[in-house]
Ligand binder design. Structure first.
Ligand code: FAD
Length: 623
């Protein structure tokens, strides 16, 4: 009676939306089963996308043809490029979004895709015939037939919410927990675990005294996330505000510690170490007498404020009293208390690099269900799972990104090889090639891959090719141009540049501190003519490539060296136990992870370089 689908995506969060959009755009028929259509792409926690390392991920999603960047551009109320004062590997775009518009834009995007059907209900069971997936069953007993399933349940699997001594089932405040799936998967042989995360209270902006806080405005010339011509460029922005806790705030919070589920053992799951609750911060950093708080608007037309830095699961009366001790919050009214949530996750070492499970063919996991935290981490996994679910049923090649190609590659490689004990979030320090994986060059790194897949549109590919040509031309021209610094030039004077008795290569000149492309073109006006009509971003890219040339080359060489190991294939189903020369720990771990290349094997914790040599010798003999 109901149509059959190529792919069913369970859960309409950040991972689910990207998965459904990707598989459908590639040509699969997709059903998105989600508990509540009103909460599609809901931002469960802070209304912001991007930030350090996460902004790079959003740019990568965009370059591949995913939608998180475009949706953010259409819903943002503030844009900042973080870490501008540091090197370009650290520049990270971050946008504050209108929570309601963000969700609406995602829903519009999915509704505009005729290959996506939506069904609002809880999915309770994956229907199987033997070891083959045939469908998905819902709480009403409706069965939809499908060839593959992508699970993106977020924090909903057996979710348990904690506020002080109160605890109740829920996947998010005001929403039901998802039941049935964990138990079925465990029955099938999957290992499950428990994690926790938390969110701060939301307050009424009309009750705050902004005069007592420090304003944090958006960038003067805001950029956007997407490389495509999305409609948005911000003409106005909303500011955030900064204030601090104090000993008086901490004293009030401490009065609730005996009722805190964090401290009395009621919460069992491990939380995100890098995003601790305020009670955790006070406890762990007892010597500090204040912690920074960012007051962030939740949208264009709402007075609701997100209190970033004040995540808590203390009793609501304690939260309220403590808030009122914060500078500028003396008359604060609270809209919703903060809370913590515990939920089930599945250790991601049970996945292949396509995010397909090793145990059940055509079953994929993406997002928080894999032990990650964050919208960006979830969205990128959803994108990869959606692509791979489609490719597999259409008998196309698996789509895997290398660690040297994308943060998304780092994320998935870390998850499947190392697993995670606590909610995993991306940091620049996790990427060994972070000078290559910049936010400014994600289009150059990935658009062709997205275009070849059929996900990134042709206009994007053409635009990137044009940009690449311009960059090459700028770099080549600068290599052949010399610069003479003439103090008569006021712009050069302003930068305190000494006159040069002899001309120097433009490529040397641009490497100097405080010198960029504008100054280089100013110093030799023939360049202005040569690059007339070139895109601003192409000029910026050429500047980065030349300024950081030595570092980039070094990383590229390293990446190329390691490619040898990455290209060294291990046959699927290889019997690692048969190599007795390997340590028993390595044999056990390799059997569990089942790496498909020597590179992947080398990143499994406990596997030594000696093990890799032994494996290589063994594989060579079999050739
Ligand atoms: P979600 O966004 O959770 O979406 C899951 C979707 O699946 C929902 O739409 C749900 O209705 C649906 N669903 C679930 N089960 C079923 C089912 N059986 N049938 C049908 N539909 C189903 N991230 C941070 O980076 N920093 C933070 O500080 C932070 N704090 C958080 C605090 C709280 C209280 C919560 C709830 C989340 C927090 N997060 C935080 C996490 C962030 O919200 C998630 O990482 C991100 O939303 C995960 O995306 P997802 O797509 O995996 O799942």
């Amino acid at each position: 009676m109901y149509p059959s689908y190529d792919v069913i995506v369970i859960g309409g969060g950040h991972a689910g939306c990207e998965a459904a959009h990707a598989a459908a755009t590639l040509g699969s028929s997709v059903l998105l089963v989600t508990m509540n259509m009103q909460t599609i792409a809901q931002m469960s926690c802070n209304p912001a996308m991007g930030g350090v390392a996460k902004g790079q991920i959003v740019r990568e999603i965009d370059a591949l043809g995913g939608m998180s960047g475009i949706v953010t551009d259409k819903s943002m109320i503030q844009f900042r490029m973080l870490n501008r004062s540091k090197g370009p590997a650290m520049w990270s775009p971050r946008a504050q979004s209108d929570r309601m518009v963000f969700a609406q834009e995602w829903r519009d995007t999915l509704e505009a895709n005729l290959n996506v059907d939506i069904w609002q209900e809880m999915a309770t069971e994956i229907v199987m015939e033997g070891d083959k997936i045939t469908g998905v069953k819902t709480s009403l007993g409706v069965v939809f037939n499908t060839k593959s399933v992508v699970l993106t349940n977020g924090t909903f699997l057996n979710g348990l919410i904690h506020i002080g001594e109160k605890q109740f089932g829920g996947g998010r405040s005001g929403e039901h927990a998802a039941k049935g799936l964990t138990e079925q998967l465990v029955g099938l042989g999957f290992e499950a675990g428990r994690m926790k995360t938390g969110t701060p209270p939301r307050v009424d902006g009309r009750s705050l005294n902004w005069e007592k806080m420090q304003e944090q405005a958006g960038d003067e010339n805001p950029e956007k996330f997407s490389y495509s011509d999305t409609t948005t460029t911000l003409t106005k922005q909303r500011s955030c505000f900064i204030t601090y806790t104090s000993n008086a705030v901490h004293d009030v919070l401490k009065t609730g510690f005996d009722r805190s589920p964090m401290f009395n053992g009621r919460i069992q799951g491990l939380g995100p170490r890098y995003c601790p609750s305020i009670e955790d911060k006070i406890n762990r950093f007892a010597e500090r007498d204040r912690h920074q708080i960012f007051v962030e608007p939740e949208g264009w037309n709402t007075c609701e404020m997100y209190i970033n830095g004040f995540s808590t699961s203390l009793p609501e009366d304690v939260q309220f009293k403590a808030l009122q001790k914060i500078e500028g919050f003396e008359n604060a009214k609270m809209f919703r208390p903060g809370y913590a949530i515990e939920y089930d996750f599945f250790p991601p070492t049970q996945l292949k690099s396509t995010l397909e499970t090793k145990l059940v063919e055509n079953l994929y996991f993406a997002g928080q269900i894999n032990g990650t935290t964050g919208y960006e981490e979830a969205a990128s996994q959803g994108l990869m799972a959606g692509i791979n679910a489609h490719n597999k049923i259409k008998e196309k090649e698996a789509f895997i990104l290398k660690r040297s190609e994308a943060y998304i590659g780092v994320l998935i490689d870390d998850l499947i090889n190392k697993g995670t004990e606590e909610p995993y979030r991306m940091f620049t320090s996790r990427a060994e090639y972070r000078i290559l994986l910049r936010q400014d060059n994600a289009d150059i790194r990935l658009t062709k891959l997205g275009y070849d897949l059929g996900l990134a549109a042709e206009e994007r590919f053409t635009a990137v090719e044009k940009k690449k040509k311009q960059i090459d031309h700028v770099v080549e021209t600068l290599r052949e141009t010399s610069i003479k610094v003439n103090t008569a030039n006021p712009l050069l004077n302003e930068k305190g540049l000494q006159p040069l008795s002899q001309g120097i290569k433009a490529t040397q000149f641009i490497k100097r501190p405080h010198v960029g492309m504008d100054l280089t073109m100013e110093a030799n006006p023939s360049l202005k003519e040569a690059f007339d009509g070139f895109g601003e971003k192409a000029l910026e890219e050429a500047e980065i490539l030349l300024k950081y040339e030595n570092y980039i080359e070094k990383e590229q060489k390293l990446a190329e060296k390691l490619t040898t190991l990455e290209n060294y294939k291990i046959p699927e189903g290889f019997n690692f136990k048969s190599i007795t020369a390997l340590s028993s720990e390595s044999r056990e771990k390799m059997t569990k992870i089942a790496p498909l290349t020597l590179g992947q094997a080398s990143r499994i914790s406990g596997v030594t370089p000696a093990d890799i040599t032994i494996l290589m010798v063994y594989l060579d003999k079999q050739k």
